[in-house]
Design a protein around this ligand. Structure first.
Ligand code: MN
Ligand code: MN
Length: 453
């Protein structure tokens, strides 16, 4: 079970480092699922993929994509084999833990205008205080227009943030547990401190609303139909003196989304139809119209069948899904030497050892896990070894230490063979997550090999 460090595979690191630059640019821009979809569409178009709405029929080699409600993408390369013989699917999620502005967010207290938030996904709340945050998202107005908001990403922009108590007055707070020391209801961002005038009842709030009206033409009530995400501000950076790693926001799961997408873009001819699907809402249970549980994906495959002259596209889609093979491309917990006690060291992912396969995730007695078929795992191992991809096998952590899930079981419910395969991450769900550049590259190579397997 010895695994060679993947860096040792390369005489020079040029390909690894170049690929990492592309990925760093992607996560520095794709701070929300909508922005990730926008970037993905740009890349798809540049690589010969057509929007399905502009396609009349499909044949071998055609490249086509679907976008669902601006937050969910499915892209395909049509294979030589009929669709019913199954697809090769790479599926990742493009939502990441963050804070969302509430429907009625803006209030004033003692000379400050503040923005009330509701956190999204599993976060350690204390990690989100005293760091630079930016606002990205959309405000949808009653007249049907959509205002795009992006404040804090341009270095010339102001940032926002969440305060924390000074250590000198933290006697009460420091005696609380980590989960209670910062309350979810207290994760409010500071928006301003300058009063508009002497007459207004809430002059600081009035001034902030005035600024927003000038910049975006919005009224306070427009926040009701908005989707403003508060995310760590600024670009991703090289991490470590040797520049071997990347520090950034949203590696879970945009590192697997980017590598899966690039694997598809860099593939030409395929035997089985190749697919990359990027979904929303994984961090809150894969629910809703844009999550992995949505009928969108099944409908998209039915549409492919219809465009390929199937007599019964819905049934063709079902048969195609049943015969498909999938990698659920999601990140894994990397071994952290500072917190080694949570891991079984022979069944944990190590940074630098390549693409990680998780036969199962779940919690307790594998609760909620897809638990891949060993026959299928053997097929995937062979595909990786034939392509000389560095890969490793792992669990999330020690038994009964915690747990987690991915989208694997949802596609598994279509009677599809699915296994989790992703990139090891440190600081998962923190504002600054860490991945190794060589793992990002091995994932890309592994995903590419899978599409051909
Ligand atoms: Mn994930
Ligand atoms: Mn996650």
């Amino acid at each position: 079970m010895y695994r060679k460090n993947a860096w040792l595979k390369y005489k020079d690191n040029k390909d690894v480092m170049n690929f990492a630059e592309g990925y760093k640019n992607f996560i520095s821009v794709a701070k929300s699922e909508r922005l990730a979809v926008k970037e993905a569409e740009k890349l798809l178009k540049a690589n010969g993929f057509k929007n399905v709405d502009d396609v009349k029929s499909l044949k071998e080699g055609d490249r086509v994509y679907f976008i669902n409600k601006k937050k969910n993408v499915a892209a395909f390369i049509i294979g030589k084999e009929p669709l019913e013989n199954g697809l090769r699917i790479l599926g990742a999620h493009i939502d990441s833990p963050r804070l969302d502005l509430k429907e009625n967010p803006v209030y004033e207290s003692k000379g400050f205008a503040l923005g009330d938030t509701h956190y999204y996904g599993g976060i350690k709340k204390y990690q989100w205080t005293t760091i630079p945050l930016s606002l990205v998202g959309v405000i949808c107005k009653k007249d049907g227009s959509i205002v795009e908001v992006n404040i804090g990403e341009d270095p010339k922009d102001p940032i926002v943030g969440i305060t924390d108590l000074l250590i000198h007055l933290s006697a009460d707070q420091m005696s609380k547990t980590l989960s209670k020391a910062i309350e979810g209801e207290n994760l409010d961002i500071t928006l301003g401190s300058m009063p508009l005038d002497e007459e207004s009842k809430e002059p600081v709030k009035a001034n902030v609303l005035k600024l927003l009206k000038e910049k975006y033409g919005i009224e306070e009530e427009d926040f009701v139909s908005a989707e403003i995400e508060i995310v760590p501000a600024g670009p991703s950076r090289d991490y470590g003196l040797d520049r071997s790693m990347i520090a950034g926001y949203g590696h879970d799961d945009r590192s697997c989304a980017y590598t899966s997408l690039m694997a598809l873009l860099d593939t030409k001819k395929v035997q089985n139809t190749a697919c990359c699907i990027l979904v929303d809402k994984e961090e809150i249970g894969s629910v809703g119209a844009t999550g992995a549980q949505s009928l969108f994906f099944e409908n998209a495959i039915a549409k492919l069948a219809a465009l390929s002259n199937s007599k019964n596209p819905l049934w063709s889609a079902r048969v195609a899904m049943e015969n498909s093979k999938m990698l659920s491309s999601d990140v894994s917990a990397g071994y952290d030497p500072l917190y080694g006690y949570v891991s079984d060291t022979k069944n944990v992912a190590y940074l630098g050892e390549g693409l990680v396969f998780n036969k199962y995730t779940g919690r307790g007695g594998k609760g909620g896990s897809n638990d891949a078929m060993p026959e299928y795992y053997a097929f995937v191992r062979k595909a990786m070894d034939d392509a000389k991809v560095n890969w490793q096998s792992a669990e999330l952590g020690k038994v009964d230490q915690g747990g987690g899930g991915t989208i694997a079981y949802i596609l598994g419910n279509y009677n599809m063979n699915v296994i989790d395969a992703g990139i090891p991450v440190l600081n998962m769900h923190a504002p600054m997550e860490i991945v190794s550049k060589v793992d990002v590259y091995e994932a890309y190579l592994g995903y590419k090999a899978f599409l051909k397997a």
